[in-house]
Design a protein around this ligand. Structure first.
Ligand code: ADP
Length: 138
């Protein structure tokens, strides 16, 4: 069993499609083991998106990710990290296949509904980044 982190981004929260997105994960048999609405400050975003801070669009990402609270979710399931990445589709929503979260519900490269951990090391770091000990279902 693996754990992964999904962030429902501000576009998802504002469009009131959080339930629809969570249902897609639960329909796969994945268990929600943590759930937390948070406002992300610049420090946590610089940490989370450290691979993007040098890009010209980083300030736009900061503005977007701080435009409303996000919902951080921890999920557990077999081989869940890759399965969730497959379910959400590629970064650019306009290039994502229909049937994927981003393909069905996203707008563009930035407003793409969700973040999901992309590797076991990332999932481990993100569980610590977004959840305190004791906030996850045992
Ligand atoms: P992913 O979220 O698919 O793992 P990345 O880690 O490359 O993708 O990027 C993180 C987030 O930064 C994306 O989900 C998206 O919101 C934003 N982003 C990435 N590339 C761009 C871009 N070229 N223009 C605007 N926003 C971008």
């Amino acid at each position: 069993m693996e754990k992964t982190v999904v962030l429902l981004k501000p576009d998802c929260v504002q469009k009131k499609i959080m339930g629809e997105v969570i249902k897609r994960f639960e329909d796969q048999g994945f268990q929600v083991i943590g759930c937390k609405m948070m406002r992300l400050d610049e420090a946590i975003l610089r940490d989370h998106y450290s691979h993007l801070t040098e890009f010209p669009f980083f300030s736009e990402i900061l503005g977007f990710m701080q435009s409303s609270p996000i919902l951080a979710i921890a999920l557990e399931g077999e081989a869940i990290i890759q399965k969730v990445r497959d379910l959400i589709g590629p970064t650019d929503s306009t290039a994502a296949a229909k049937g994927t979260v981003r393909g069905d519900l996203g707008e563009d490269k930035m407003r793409n509904v969700v973040h999901a951990s992309d590797a076991p090391e990332a999932a481990e770091a993100e569980l610590k980044r977004f959840f305190d000990a004791g906030e996850l279902m045992a």
